[in-house]
Write a protein that binds this ligand. Structure first.
Ligand code: BF8
Ligand code: SF4
Length: 655
């Protein structure tokens, strides 16, 4: 099947030079990538795009139109606002399920470690274990690590399904007092993740809830269940695999090295990818015996972000360029687990010698090699998979190998603990004050969290980088996760050189001070990890709120998902709105088919929760809106602090 390749570089393609190089090499050939398939799928159905297509029962699909009275209800009479709200709420349930099932998996491994049922995993960070235990209210004194690990694991698992109505511990232990009161008051505190998701499906089935406000509030509860799952995943991954520390590595397709046996790990859960790294170290000499220089493990998507932060492993690609990694011809095996894995990897691998290995029983791809990965036999199975890469290497067709030269240095590994350590060199007593003081002094305009995906409805990485450059030019402190962090890493934005080139003068001074106090080089954007590690960003915001003596809706902190794609991004974004943040999304979710639901999420949410969605596809305009949101908060904060000093009250009483 032929295709118009023009879309790759013109309009709906990518701005990543490494991706462009691979796409151009295959220009005019019958290879289809997601960039091509986006063109094939265009124009996309307007009902689907705006959320007005209901397929919840078999009487449908019903395609609704708000401005045509006779078509403003489905066959059962469901109004357009119910259909749009219902569809959105179900996306949130999908996101919450993904993140939290990942969290459950990790919690089960911690339990297995504590009970001596696995020998390939261990507790790496005892300090984090004790810190998490303390935060969720466990008695720590006098307990050994195994006992404590068991209690933490059981507490986490209880958050998935407790019989009573008490709230999820990993949620309430990690938010401000103000947020606890707000969520309680709005009746959106989940008591168990599983039940919240099941209730959401029940609430949105045919003939159930038609009240859009009630549906969106239930969506918020589901998104807070998502947040709980994310926090469990981050906390327990740190306990088992170590809390990330600053590390120097490289990113983009150029990290795939034809002189090595290349093993790509793709997906999300470090349980698998960490074991692949260990297996590669173990079998390195075998690769040398084959004439290679060794084994080069590279990461794709969030498991790549996890490995980058903890092991300094190269990051080869973010979501949209996963197929292109294979098309370099030099990847010998791609080992995948869960989420964001394109099914097209199979036909792409078939064009090369690359082994595609699936490992999770919930994420199989027909035709791929499936290894039923079990924690009890993790290392042996990881070795078995790396051996498959060694076998494949012998079959590599050198004439097909063409790795683009593009790669950049990246300084990553900024867990919250690592970031606070940097601040501690300036202010040992109250590290987060380094950030809040800089904001109060007008040095920084605030903090922006960049998160989320690639979405081929917009050129790959364009929105991430355009908004990023605009914000740092205007002295905003940037932290990043997920594929947004991947975009910055690939483009060289996580380097000291980027500070020189792109930072505004005040941000530059702030980062220089930090760098000198620590005697280390720092990046312009701080890589906080994978998508579940958005929990780290929220923890930073909570600390800032507590330090400033206010609640999150008043903290000069914004979030942006410039190229949102996955259900998980919808859940994360909604959770961040509920936390009280202005949240920009650069690709319109299916919501504008109902002016009521659109207004609820973009305006009314702010009155209730203090946060709201900013829907803006133009990245330059988005940057202006994000800066305005920060300035509004900083200005108000300044005014109220002045008043508080003058009248001797707490800041922002009655605000
Ligand atoms: O969890 S940012 S495309 S890889 S969903 Fe997926 Fe989106 Fe990337 Fe990670 Ni997150
Ligand atoms: Fe149509 Fe109602 Fe069925 Fe939805 S639930 S598909 S609106 S009949």
């Amino acid at each position: 099947m032929g295709t118009n390749k023009k879309g790759q570089t013109n309009g709906h393609g990518t701005i990543d030079p490494a991706s462009l190089a691979v796409l151009e090499r295959y220009e005019g050939q019958d290879t289809l990538t997601s960039y091509d398939r986006y063109q094939v799928q265009s124009p996309q159905c307007k009902f689907g795009l705006t959320g007005t297509c209901c397929r919840i029962c078999v009487q449908g699909p019903c395609r609704l139109m708000e401005d045509r009275p006779e078509r403003s209800r489905g066959i059962c009479g469901a109004p357009v606002y119910s259909v749009v709200a219902r569809n959105m709420a179900r996306l949130m349930a999908g996101g919450a399920s993904s993140h939290s099932d990942h969290g459950r998996h990790i919690a089960n491994i911690l339990l297995a470690i504590a009970e001596g049922k696995v020998s390939d995993y261990e507790i790496t960070d005892g300090d984090k274990l004790r810190a998490v235990a303390q935060r969720i209210g466990l008695e720590v004194e006098g307990k050994g690590e195994d006992v404590l690990a068991r209690e933490v694991a059981l507490a986490a698992l209880e958050d998935f399904g407790r019989p009573d109505e008490s709230p999820c511990q990993f949620l309430v232990a990690n938010i401000t007092e103000g947020r606890r009161a707000k969520f309680n008051h709005c009746d959106v505190l989940p008591s168990s993740i599983d039940r919240t998701v099941v209730q959401m499906l029940a609430q949105t089935t045919m003939g159930m809830d038609n009240d859009p406000v009630n549906l969106i509030f239930a969506g918020i509860k589901t998104s807070l269940a998502d947040y709980t799952g994310m926090h469990i995943a981050t906390d327990i991954s740190d306990i088992i695999f170590g809390t990330p520390k600053p590390t120097v590595s490289e990113a983009n397709l150029g990290v795939i090295d034809p002189d090595y046996v290349n093993v790509a790990t793709h997906g999300h859960n470090p349980t698998l990818s960490e074991m692949v790294v260990r297996a590669a170290r173990e079998l390195n000499d075998k690769a040398k015996a084959l004439g290679a220089k060794g084994i080069n493990v590279v990461g794709i998507c969030c498991t790549g972000n996890e490995l980058l932060g903890r092991e300094g492993v190269y990051l080869a690609a973010n979501q949209a360029s996963q197929e292109l990694a294979i098309m370099t011809g030099a990847v010998d095996a791609i080992i995948v687990d869960i989420q964001c894995i394109m099914p097209s990897l199979k036909p792409v691998c078939d064009c090369f010698h690359t082994r595609l290995i699936t490992t999770n029983k919930m994420a199989k791809i027909p035709g791929a090699i499936h290894v039923d990965f079990k924690e009890e036999t993790a290392f042996a199975q990881a070795c078995q998979m790396v051996e498959m890469a060694l076998e494949a290497y012998k079959e590599r067709d050198r004439s097909k190998v063409d790795v683009p030269p593009h790669k950049n240095k990246v300084i990553a590994g900024f867990s919250l603990e690592a970031l606070l350590d940097l601040f501690r060199a300036v202010n040992p007593e109250s590290p987060v004050k380094v950030l809040t003081d800089a904001i109060l002094a007008g040095e920084l305009r605030g903090v922006a969290l960049f998160c989320g995906c690639n979405n081929l409805r917009t050129p790959q990485d364009r929105n991430h980088l355009t908004i990023f450059r605009e914000l740092v030019k205007n002295d905003v402190f940037v932290i990043a996760t997920g594929c947004s962090a991947g975009a910055m890493a690939k483009a060289g934005m996580m380097t000291p050189e980027a500070i020189e080139e792109y930072a505004g003068p005040k941000l530059k001074a702030f980062l220089q001070r930090l760098s000198e106090a620590n005697g280390v080089e720092l990046p312009l954007a701080f890589h906080m990890g994978s998508c579940v590690d958005n929990s780290r960003a929220h923890d930073l915001c909570t600390l800032m709120a507590d330090e400033l003596g206010i609640d999150v809706p008043k903290v000069p902190f914004v979030a942006t998902a410039p190229e949102d794609m996955h259900e998980k991004a919808i859940a994360i974004g909604t959770g961040a709105v509920a936390m009280g943040l202005p949240v920009h999304v650069g690709v319109m979710p299916p919501i504008d088919g109902s002016s009521l639901v659109f207004g609820l999420t973009s305006q009314i949410a702010r009155d209730v929760y203090g946060g709201n969605f900013i829907f803006e596809p133009d990245p330059e305009e988005a940057a202006r809106k994000l800066l305005a949101a920060l300035d509004r908060r900083t200005w108000k904060l300044g005014v109220h602090r002045m008043a508080a000093e003058k009248y001797g009250t707490r800041p922002a009483v009655s605000w």
